[in-house]
Design a protein around this ligand. Sequence first.
Ligand code: KG4
Ligand code: ZN
Length: 343
Amino acid sequence: MKTKPIYILGIESSCDDTSAAVICNGKILSNVVANQEIHAKYGGVVPELASRAHQQNIVPVIHQAIEQANIDKKDLNAIAFTRGPGLMGSLLVGTSFAKSLSLALNIPLIAVNHMQGHVLAHFIEEENQQKPPFPFLCLTISGGHTQIVKITNYFTMEVIGETLDDAVGEAYDKSAKILGLPYPGGPLIDSYAKLGNPKAFPFTKPKVDGLNFSFSGLKTAILYFIQKKVKENSKFIEENLHDICASIQYTIVQILFNKLQKAVQQTEIKHIAIAGGVSANSEIRKVLKSNEETLGWTTYIPKFEYTTDNAGMIAIVGYLKYLENDFSKDTTAATARLKVSEN
Ligand code: KG4
Ligand code: ZN
């Protein structure tokens, strides 16, 4: 028997990417992302500019997603949108648009937690991509979050460790700013790091109890180190850029990997997934894959397009909620703060 196709439109606008995706029974048909170049020169996301850019992008992005999926908007069964966490002005653009479209098409609305989206992106149907079995651990690393989450069910998630200050993506972006590189700095540091020596400049790793993280001390250590070196040699950064990036990346990935090892010891769960923008990082992917066998872990690495913010991950959560008839009222409000455990 042929299963009836269920089409969900996902809308993501929590930070600086406007994205729309169409998913059919767990398979992505389109996933359009409009990045906002405007923030590059400011070294970080400017909230007011982000919401204005979302307003400009949202209609063409949604049009394109529906067109690429090769469906008519009347075929849609529901609309899923990011309700939070994120920048309030940005969230409001996606939320208001989703509500009006659901009203116009007379189809249900599904509110999605962005952090659950990052984790559940692992359940998008993809060839050669294994889905993690429950329970599994997910290291969610993005520009705003650094968490180790225990997932016992699609919608039962518990944070067992998180950052006490900066997120790991922030550590990358702030380090990049110190080095005079544009925002977002993570991908640039990653690509320069591949050309350098990771042991060239040792940085002290923070000592944080349990499964929590801290990255603000590392950022300060990098700042003082660079200031001192530049005083001695004004060309220090350009002459050593690859080695500096490799050393920063090595330190960050070691911090993440050590905590994951601790989390596995503590929970005895050996199915490990990574998610969020920083999970695009080549070093964290390499370290996880190369240690898989010796540690007896099974690791789940998402496809690149589902790591940084995208509506595909919102659409898959929408689909999973649709199957459970978990719909939202049109009075559901966007919220800047939302824990991964909250639906
Ligand atoms: O998940 P995401 O797109 O947005 C948030 O929800 O925050 O993550 C963005 C973050 C930025 O800090 C960016 O620098 C970082 O992900 N990032 C990377 C890489 N690609 C993106 N960090 C390290 N290596 C990468 N290859
Ligand atoms: Zn994100």
